[in-house]
Design a protein. Structure first.
Length: 231
């Protein structure tokens, strides 16, 4: 087995349930190296993620056992969380039964979420005056925070972004992030903000009982400018 007590496959098996709901290879690399040491090679871990998924390139490895589903655009989820991911991203049916363009459509969803993250990071005052950007993709013991910020009173603010309709499960996700930050930083108060295109009734009802949590609905606006074609 070499210098490691476990094979890389066994290492990934041990940490896979600690990964965010949707993750990239780098998340697996960081989690494996955190638990088993920095000398576990990054490229080896990344190759194992591909081999242990249904990624198109996994056929080159010939491994039958699978831990992950490939979602497109470099994103993965565990087999166990796949149905939850489908629900959160508002995909009406299991992808194997929908159009052949499913992967392209999901790529667009994740790309848009990254665009939203980038815009809000640069324009935090569009949410609230006095917000100061601290970090994107902030790692906690329970997952990655989309944006970590600080308000005008110096209170840390966890910002969670969702494309489409945010459902009640998002509430548990952001509360776990807030609790993790509170424990890690040793502070008395942490605030939360969820940004989505809309919110289901159960989430709105539950969030009304949490005074340090705000909901913001984003609106996509298009502006058009005529291009003159009189060459």
């Amino acid at each position: 087995m070499g210098k490691y007590q476990f094979t890389v496959k066994e290492m990934i098996a041990q940490i896979k349930d600690e990964l965010p709901l949707v993750f990239k290879r780098r998340d697996v690399v960081e989690k494996v190296q955190e638990k088993f040491g920095k000398d576990v090679k990054e490229n080896t871990i990344a190759a194992h993620v591909t081999a242990l998924s249904d990624h198109p390139s996994s056929k080159h490895y010939g491994w039958k056992e699978k831990f992950f589903r490939y979602l497109g655009d470099g994103n993965f989820c565990t087999i166990e969380n796949y149905d939850k991911v489908v629900e959160i991203y508002n995909i009406p049916e299991h992808p194997r039964y929908v159009s052949e363009n499913y992967e392209e459509e999901l790529d667009t969803t994740f790309t848009f979420e990254k665009d939203l993250q980038e815009f809000i990071s640069r324009n935090l005052d569009s949410l609230e005056d006095g917000l100061t950007f601290l970090q994107k993709e902030y790692s906690t013991e329970v997952g990655r925070i989309d944006i970590l910020a600080k308000d005008k009173d110096g209170i840390l603010v966890v910002i969670e972004l969702k494309v489409g309709i945010a459902k009640k499960e998002v509430l548990g996700q952001i509360l776990s992030y807030m609790a993790s930050i509170k424990q890690e930083k040793g502070v008395e108060k942490v605030r939360g903000i969820i940004v989505a295109n809309d919110f289901d009734y159960a989430l709105k009802l539950a969030s009304s009982q949490i005074p340090n949590l705000k909901l913001f609905k984003y609106v996509v606006k298009f502006e058009f400018e005529e291009v003159k074609n009189n060459f």
